[in-house]
Design a protein around this ligand. Structure first.
Ligand code: GDP
Ligand code: ZN
Length: 419
């Protein structure tokens, strides 16, 4: 990695500087585009929803480079013209593979995205329901760094592309994406990807708070040992996720909440874990100290049995003694939309969001967890939810609320956590 080189956009560090979320209606080309942007197919993970519901976020990192010879932007080391490509910006993409129905909930609640790429297919009417739903979710979360990608332009005539472009313009009018650039591309044919890379280079990097108590959100957890490994060659449990604030160092003593799950008399019990950081990795780079940005893997001294198969996904990590306890009863002030957004071809009556009901299950997203909460108490818009999985509440946590409507979870509103 060209660590020391001073470059025109920014110093290339050994960590990504931005987390970019992929959004858009199903089949509009998110996965295909992610491949163009990273050279990797995001692993689709398994579809099962565990422990209540835990979403396995996919990450793929990329270094955007410029060809020294012809000036083209690329993610490859060598440009098509044969010239050398020089690194400009290191970014991380976040995907919610295979869970389009959950993405809106995720986007509106997840605390891990700095910017978003909204993929819209040029060969369909705009907006499709999830396009609308995802934009509302971004709006709720206050993510204004948005790039709109008009994909599949290879399937339409120039005239149709212009018509679609105007529909997109009309759709985003008055929303958080009003001034977002619209980049026409073909993800499948790899057309205009360099224009999109240019826009990614223009995205603003948010100010990070490196002085605060470290807060790391676990999105994945692994056991990287091959079956049969034993003794001193065993790697401790690995946590993958995002450092929201503060710094983490190799050697730090950390705690993980809500922690390990176990069953006792048919009840799920959560036990916080305490361990030590034995290594930190960002992409291929080993770090001694990590600052907020991009996705990280933290190697711990935990028994890898405890981290295997994403068993700690959704947990919050901080220095020992500094992580608030996880709670199972969440008090929120709920705001419901007037109508359901992620649906189409329904009558006004069918689209109306009915008031919350006692005991009804809602899908909520907090940090990197998506869980089910049952309405346990209602007083006007003040709601108590009993959660299937306890969550650690951090300041400024925003919560997306989704309701199951005919087998699909639909974003119906949002919640503010009450103290
Ligand atoms: P996702 O559901 O948003 O992740 O969409 P995918 O990336 O899986 O794409 C859905 C389908 O559209 C696949 O069959 C892709 O090959 C196809 N596709 C994606 N981008 C393009 C494009 O730019 N042009 C054409 N013709 N097809 C595309
Ligand atoms: Zn070149």
């Amino acid at each position: 990695m060209a660590k020391e080189k001073s470059l025109e956009v920014e110093q290339i560090t050994n960590q990504p500087v931005l987390n970019i979320g992929m959004a858009g209606h199903i089949d509009h080309g998110k996965t295909t585009l992610l491949y163009q942007l990273t050279g990797k197919w995001s692993d689709t993970h398994s579809e099962e929803l565990k422990r209540g519901i835990t979403i396995k976020l996919g990450y793929a990192d990329s270094v955007i480079k410029r060809c020294e010879k012809c000036g083209m932007l690329t993610i490859k080391d060598k440009c098509e013209c044969g010239g050398n490509a020089v690194p400009l910006r290191y970014v991380s993409f976040v995907d919610v593979p295979g869970h389009e129905m959950l993405m809106a909930t995720m986007l509106s609640g997840a605390a891990i995205i700095d910017a978003a790429i909204l993929v819209i297919a040029a060969n369909e009417q705009c907006p499709r329901p999830q396009t609308k739903e995802h934009l509302v979710a971004l709006d709720l979360k206050g993510i204004s760094s948005i790039i709109i990608v008009q994909n599949k332009v290879d399937l339409v005539t120039e005239e149709e592309a212009i018509k679609n472009y105007n529909q997109i313009k009309e759709f985003v009018k008055g929303t958080i994406a009003e001034d977002a650039p619209i980049v026409p591309i073909s993800a499948q044919q790899g057309v205009n990807i360099d224009m999109l890379l240019e826009e990614i280079l223009r995205l603003k990097i948010p100010k990070r708070n490196t002085e605060a108590n470290p807060i790391f959100m676990v999105a994945r957890s692994f056991d990287v040992n091959k079956p049969g490994t034993n003794g001193s060659s065993i790697f401790g449990g690995i946590l993958g996720g995002i450092l929201k604030q503060g710094k983490l160092n190799v050697g730090d003593e950390i705690e993980i909440k809500p922690g390990m799950t176990s069953k006792k008399h048919n009840e799920t019990i959560f036990t916080p874990l305490i361990t030590k950081i034995s290594g930190i990795q960002s992409g291929k780079n080993r770090l001694n100290e990590a600052i907020p940005s991009g996705s990280l893997s933290i190697q711990t001294s935990l028994d890898p049995m405890l981290t295997k198969a994403d068993s700690l996904a959704g947990c919050v990590v901080g220095l020992r003694g500094k992580v608030p306890d996880a709670i199972s009863i969440l008090k929120i002030k709920a705001t419901l939309f007037k109508e359901i957004i992620g649906e189409e071809k329904k009558s006004e009556e069918e689209l109306r969001v009915a008031p919350l009901k006692m005991n009804e299950p809602l899908m909520i997203s907090v940090n990197t967890t998506i869980t089910v909460g049952f309405v346990a108490k209602m007083k006007g818009d003040m709601i108590d939810l009993t959660l299937k999985t306890p969550v650690v509440i951090l300041p400024d946590t925003k919560i997306g609320l989704a309701r199951n409507i005919q087998g699909h979870w639909r974003l119906i509103g949002h919640g503010e956590v009450l103290k």
